[in-house]
Ligand binder design. Sequence first.
Ligand SMILES: Nc1ncnc2c1ncn2[C@@H]1O[C@H](COP(=O)(O)OP(=O)(O)OP(=O)(O)O)[C@@H](O)[C@H]1O
Ligand SMILES: [Mg+2]
Length: 307
Amino acid sequence: MDKKTKIIAIANQKGGVGKTTTVVNLAAALSARHRAVLVVDLDPQAHATLGLGLEKQQGISIYPVLLGEKAVEDVIQPTKWTNLNVIPSEVDLAGAELEFGARGDRLEMIRNALAPVREAGAFDYIIIDCPPSLGIVMTSALVASDGVLIPIQAEFLAMDGLALITGSIERIRASVSPSLELNGIVFTMVNSQARLTQDVISEVRGHFGEKVYETTIPRNVRVSEAPSMGTPVVFLDPRSKGAEAYKAFAWEFMAKNPTRGVFAPAPAPAPAPAPAPEPAAQQPVSDEGVSDSAVPPAEPGDAPANA
Ligand SMILES: Nc1ncnc2c1ncn2[C@@H]1O[C@H](COP(=O)(O)OP(=O)(O)OP(=O)(O)O)[C@@H](O)[C@H]1O
Ligand SMILES: [Mg+2]
């Protein structure tokens, strides 16, 4: 099993497709499963920062690290949840495209900024929330990453949008970062009743095969309410459809991207009766079967505890 910190950028140049929601809830669900997670908010809108219950604060972001004014360790903030940390965003990042665009190391600047954190190995996953544009910040975030996770909506011209970002990934792979992978594609805000939705999902699966996550995230009002409470929906309302989907997605993500897990929690209490069979892709390869107050074990949509 790979023991290194995995860096995953969540990116799509299209706005409003569920990037930040996926960052916040994937990170939250992973942290509840005893994975140490660092969210890096690179979007000056700071929605991931706010969604994790933190305020914007001047000087607490990747920006002073990029300027060489602060060490990256000094801008990592804990959230109120165990294992869940964030490098917040701030307004000054809005100028980064212009300000850093001419830097000789602009492509590697985020990779270099995060290098000490990666080398220290204290996190299982570093999850980067990218702004919605194919600019220097997003490109630099992709260069810093092992993989790119693309949230998309199942709508007309979805494939065209995917071609843009997968083209960027290809170019980065061919130049500065040969090991950069397409981690996967996840459908967000899915309305499973709509015929177009099913057609688009089939088309994208036909093209990208197993890169498309089995789990899809439904449109769910609790998901859209959670940011205003500064709490990920997986903690706010763990039984809501949106939270269940993000927890199932996190299982699938962990199975595809295994890390050691930072803690070795005690074995979970005796599991509830065996859950209903699920698609193989939603089962973890291995996990400790943790019990967690925010994300209850052994329920439909979760993997069996120590099964
Ligand atoms: N599954 C869902 N169900 C209902 N609403 C959702 C869902 N996912 C996201 N939303 C809402 O859709 C809006 C856009 O989501 P989000 O901010 O995650 O997208 P984004 O891609 O990060 O946007 P931007 O490109 O502006 O950064 C938000 O208001 C969010 O609360
Ligand atoms: Mg966003």
